[in-house]
Design a protein around this ligand. Sequence first.
Ligand code: ATP
Ligand code: MG
Length: 782
Amino acid sequence: PAAAVAALVDDLNPAQRQAVEHSGSPLLVVAGAGSGKTRVLTRRIAYLLAARGVHPGEIMAITFTNKAAAEMKERVSELVGPRARVMWVSTFHSMCVRILRREAKTLGMSSSFSIYDSDDSRRLITLVARDLDLDPKRYPARTLAVHISNLKNELVDPSDATSRATNDLERRVAEVYRTYQERLGQANALDFDDIIMRTVELLQAFPDVAEHYRRRFRHVLVDEYQDTNHAQYTLVRELVGTGSDGVGPAELCVVGDADQSIYAFRGATIRNIVEFERDYPQARTILLEQNYRSTQTILSAANAVISRNPNRRDKRLWTESGDGERIVGYVADNEHDEAAFVAGEIDRLVDSGEVSNGDIAVFYRTNNQSRVFEEIFIRLGLPYRVVGGVRFYERREVRDALAYLRALANPDDTVSLRRILNVPKRGIGDRAEACVSLHAERERIGFGAALRDAVSGRVAMLNPRSQKAIAGFVELMDELGEQVERGEDVADILDSVLDRTGYRGELEASDDPQDASRLENLNELVTVAREFTEVAVRAVDPEVPDDEIVDDDEAAGAPRQGSLAAFLERVSLVADADSIPDADSDGVVTLMTLHTAKGLEYPAVFCTGWEDGVFPHMRALGDPAELSEERRLAYVGITRARQRLYLSRAMVRSAWGQPATNPASRFLDEIPAELIDWRRVEPDRAGPSVTTTWGRRSSATGGDSAQAGLAARGMRSTSFKGWQDTPSVQLDVGDRVNHDKYGLGTVVATDGSGPRATATIDFGSAGKVRLMLIGGLPLVKL
Ligand code: ATP
Ligand code: MG
């Protein structure tokens, strides 16, 4: 055991070692990123067991990363075996949910309560405010939500809020707060802030419950302490206790870095440390200074950015590991180009043997930015996983909508048909479905055909009401099917599906906050379909026979580009988790938001979307406090990288199907120029906007390196190229062109503009062809 104990502290520096061995009073470790705070916490737990005879069941550790939690559990099981399981290692929220589910009865709740995320809660607040006749301009839901959240984080309940209110806004907030809490209660739901607040309430109102947990947890350890708010702070204090109830106070150890405070609202960090020192006067504070994670180049960039924040205690990260590589910078035309660059670089890094996929992380500011990366990674066969957030195509409503499209594209698709048969509800019950299914089996016909038999009364045991409902469904699908036959755009078909089935209407009419986000997801799917059609290269001249369709995808049997079938094929590749190789020893590339990246580290990191309005986030642009918080987020992102760091931005990025031109993130300018190796900079912009500049894709852009990677894997790049937001060719009558398939030609007519622009080209012996002038065209102007 002496050797085991020595091994736990051997590879620590003196300050780290002191923190691990400290006992007898509360301990605060404050230090910069990568200085070993989490390592100290992990070691300390192991040390408690190995050197001080603590039982794992007496340990409660609050951590923010699975990796740290897994490492803590692993170390502890190495020392004590399966007993390690009784140790509590979790986040504040899951620790509290665990307590609340156990003690729900005490609080008069059902233990099956649901949890509303901030989005759900804001939507519920919108409904409440509407019911209270509040002017949404004067009292926007977002403002109300922030105020209510702040009250909860300050542990102020609705009646306190009412009695404290001194002005109109505060009175309104208190009113909304009270009603909102009632509605949450009726829904047997808790929002994120309630989870902490109600646990504090539980511990304060029920001394026997509190004593139970205090007797159990003799050691409380908190990582990422800078992100605790007042409610969490109080929670910790209640858990630790003061010793006044006969149970001596637990030993407390907290570690954090004020520069990485990315969740706390203004002042929370300083306050928690002040409070810590007030409530625990005998507390010891230890500082760590040396960084063991990153190269000096990366640390210098991080130092430069964070030093722009006012009111911070200056500290400089330093390392013994040397300068390392320069940071790579890249300015992309648009988000697809950015994703292609990232994919190409990953390919190159992995091919060179420098790192494996599992060593690489891609960060972005908000979850919705993952989609572009996911699409390209799937297309390239690059194994990846998205941390946090349900994958877009796995969402129920997205699956429902796609099931409609599948049933339309293939009326024999039994699985899809049965999925949507009664979604939204149209009076086709389980029994009716069973009758039809039985008929199909007996007659050995498909489910779709059996539905038609039901309409003509040939299905046994079916009651007339069900028969009528099925007839309505079949008629609806037939009408939608006509749109498919007419070759309408996928997005238009999808729109019709959502409207005519009543799916959209039902969600719009719903009071459930989750339905509002379902609606948003469906709108996003329409955007996906819209983009799909817009970049598809296809003939629009009805005189051109189908086999003459201008399509550089010549594989037999491949669905026509832009068609519903092509869309579904593409989407099912994205949706099909099986197409992602299993995580082997090489691991997979990890995608996540900057917030999620807290506490993690990767040999190679891609920080994407460095654009003002994206990162820093739009709403931070005019607000110094929020801007400081965004800058801390930049500091967190940069300091995740061990050896290689990439910073990229897109000149144009689509939001809701609308391209927006964003300037470079101000944080980029804050990094000393000599630290960045710009692989591609913003070209001189002669024209009004890059979105309207047409011309063949430059070979210097990342799309081509991704293409090269693709080619190396023996895959065809057609559909990939079709998906690029590739600038196309602007043509006038008389222009000479060369087409990969048709050869030389002359433009004889043009029509439409922007995404609807077409040109009719005379290719001589190959005939006249009308082309849509959209990205990825195998055509150059001569
Ligand atoms: P963050 O602020 O990002 O949470 P941190 O302060 O918690 O960072 P750790 O994650 O604990 O830092 O450590 C960063 C890296 O440095 C880890 O890979 C860790 O194993 C390594 N490390 C920490 N201390 C030492 C040491 N004394 N010797 C060698 N490596 C160390
Ligand atoms: Mg850490």
